[in-house]
Design a protein. Structure first.
Length: 246
């Protein structure tokens, strides 16, 4: 693992902050000054200002994000952040982002490798959204959403879309473009009144209250890993959250 990632996982700083510490010559690896391209293994002795650092355990957290909370680490407008909500010993950061008004499933972790894989569209992790639309979408609108609509940053990939009731629909996408679901609804002449993410791959909220969080079960972490594994027989990222049990 690269030294900056190792320092981030040890809870010392963000990766960028770690780069600054390395450049300032404050980090040693086995007694030698660390470099930006230094790789660190399990048995290496890493020190900051001469103090031995212990590697931090991997942490994976599922937060029920409430409305009005931003997904960035710091907000210029001073709004609360998801990182404020999750008071964890480990420095966990969100995987992807939800708009401030969006509620629901948000994964936070210090497992940079897994986070990086989950964010990659090739693994096709299902993101399941319950959408309350301003007006009742027609069947033709639902078909257009399924087939893909044109957005200013390109067409959307095919989606699974079904009506839940009246003006409430469920949209399942693999992409994670900025404000994607809101823009998809705008592309068919509608508007999102409320957006809730009910599933992320195999993860669902269960009884978790808005603002509450829990550690993932080992089996949940393993499932996410198996979904993002590159072997030919790997399980594809089609978690069935929102489509029955499991
Ligand atoms: N799509 C959106 O438009 N907003 C979100 O927060 C997530 C997906």
């Amino acid at each position: 693992m690269r030294l900056n990632a190792w320092l981030a996982r040890a809870g010392v700083a963000s990766r960028r902050g770690a780069d600054e510490l390395i450049k300032a010559g404050r980090v040693t690896v086995n007694g030698e000054p660390g470099q930006l391209n230094t790789f660190v293994g399990a048995s290496d002795d890493v020190r900051l200002d001469g103090r031995l650092l212990a590697k931090q355990q991997l942490a994976h957290v599922l937060l029920h994000k409430p409305a009005g909370v931003v997904t960035t680490a710091r907000d210029p407008q001073g709004r609360p952040t998801v990182v404020d909500l999750v008071q964890h010993d480990a420095r966990v950061v969100p995987v992807g982002r939800l708009d401030a008004d969006t509620t629901g499933v948000l994964l936070l972790t210090n497992d940079g490798d897994l986070a990086h894989r989950l964010a990659h569209p090739r693994y096709e992790i299902d993101k399941v959204y319950e959408v309350e639309c301003r007006t009742r979408p027609s069947e033709a609108d639902l078909r257009r959403l399924r087939d893909g609509v044109e957005l200013d940053d390109g067409p959307t990939r095919p989606a699974r879309v079904r009506r839940l009731a009246g003006n409430r629909i469920e949209v399942v996408i693999h992409e994670g473009r900025n404000r994607q679901v809101r823009r998809m609804l705008e592309a068919v002449g509608n508007r999102v009144e409320h957006l809730h993410r009910s599933g992320y791959g195999p993860l669902a909220l269960g009884g978790l209250e808005p603002g509450a969080w829990r550690e993932l079960e080992t089996a949940e972490v393993e499932r996410l890993r198996s979904m993002t594994r590159d072997s030919p027989g790997r399980a594809r990222g089609r978690g069935r959250a929102g489509y029955g049990p499991g």
